[in-house]
Design a binder for this molecule. Sequence first.
Ligand code: HPA
Length: 247
Amino acid sequence: MKDPEFTLAVIGGTGLEALDEDAEPARDSADTPYGPASAIPRRLGAFPHAVFLNRHGEGHVLLPHEINYRANIWLLNELGVEAIVAVFAVGGIATSLVDGTLALPTQMVDYTWGREHTFSTRENLYHADFSEPFDTDLRGRLIDAARGAGIPLVDHGVYGATQGPRFETVAEIDRMERDGCTVVGMTAMPEAGLARELEIPYAGLCMVVNPAAGRGPAVLTVDDMRAAVAEAQPRLLRLLTEFLRTG
Ligand code: HPA
């Protein structure tokens, strides 16, 4: 049953851990009919209608392919949320998307495999329309918030969702570029598809934390990414705060 108390959820991990600290849990348990969600969603202090769900679990323990995406989306639906802003750390494929860039893609290509990716069953089959994977209205509200807060936001792009946890080969990134992808990450699918199955508007806010394989001078290291996250994080938080305040 829906609880109308919450209208908005932010799902995130890298760069948003701070939202978790000391925040009140929005319910007692993370259990769902699909097993446990990554974490209990937390109320976003100053914005009581909003919750934050830590995608990788508290302490960042869950690998991208281990996340129970169905449980996460189911739980947010049970809380009654009417929109999900999903935040992702991504690699930049388009060379214009340098470290620290914030981007709001319009499209997606799914390269993940073996993940529980649907609520459909043989008895209850639903072919969700996914032509436009990200919600236009929600994207517009985020773009307005960025403008209002004076934060540069690239308002287009194509998210390529890879399986991980390893990074891609140069040839894989070359192929993704030919496919039209401009950023690469490991967690937008099946998350976005599941939200669509439950008809929850969903937008993906990307923070570029490294050049994708072969697009930068260096071997990819998590330490370099941490530095990019630290640089972009204040802008990301300001954008989200402006969105929560006005959106
Ligand atoms: N590839 C896949 N996922 C990522 C990357 C990347 O380069 N950077 C951050 N998440």
